[in-house]
Ligand binder design. Sequence first.
Ligand code: NAD
Length: 260
Amino acid sequence: MDETTSGTPATPTTGRFAGRTVIVTGAGAGIGRATAERLLAEGARVVGVDLLADRLDDLVARARSDRLVAVAGDLADRPVIDRIVEAAAGRIDGLANVAGIMDGFVPTAELDDDVWDRVLAVNLTAVMRLTRAVLPTMIRAGSGSIVSVSSEAGLRGSAAGTAYTTSKHAVNGFTLSTAFFYAPAGVRCNAVAPGAVSTSIEAPFRSQYAGERLGPYLQTNVPPIATANQLAAAITWLLSDDSANVTGTVLPSDGGWSAI
Ligand SMILES: NC(=O)c1ccc[n+]([C@@H]2O[C@H](COP(=O)([O-])OP(=O)(O)OC[C@H]3O[C@@H](n4cnc5c(N)ncnc54)[C@H](O)[C@@H]3O)[C@@H](O)[C@H]2O)c1
């Protein structure tokens, strides 16, 4: 694969997704973009979704592929979910729920409702709605793979603020429950939990207390920052038949952070 905009070059498996349609949210930047680019390189038809249309325009311009369909919109808006499913045009082999936002590392006592509502709407409710929307197509086909991006913050309490931490723990529970219910239908559901990754995600500290409390842990525990392509490799593995026997797992891709 040629050098992408998302970090070190990925090593695609030729034709692994040929003839398949995969929806990728957050496809305009970071991990979602690397995932969309890798899927295209491996032969998939990709429905790429992002809030920011200019990011999708850039992806489309660089990809130069008639297998890429872009859908611009806010995943927290219900009609956007319908537009994504329509764009898939009746075939959905995979869904990568990658889009997500941070919470300013705000701790519980300093949380305001707007931050809580927005973080849960994007990181959790949108994941549920889009997963719910693709399931009938996958169940009819008797196969499908859903991968949601969780976080190291979904494995511990010391990696983000309270809203983000809550949303990612919930994504893990959503993943396990969905995997349990739909394994008999041939639909797999897994999550990937990244540690720190070099992307465009905004992560300023909006709480002095959080900086003082979290800072020492983040300074000592966090392994070297990963590339978006390293995460795309894990996500595409879980989307592919290479992981056919894997469902209901939360796979850390974190350089060993979760082992600390
Ligand atoms: N970067 C990290 O260190 C890190 C660590 C752990 C987990 N994650 C998770 O990885 C995922 C991807 O993050 P990233 O670092 O690549 O971020 P990013 O900001 O580089 O990319 C995320 C993309 O999602 C889009 N997006 C955000 N809100 C949206 C919405 N409401 N509707 C549609 N699109 C929306 C953004 O416009 C952006 O293009 C997120 O779920 C994030 O929580 C990231």
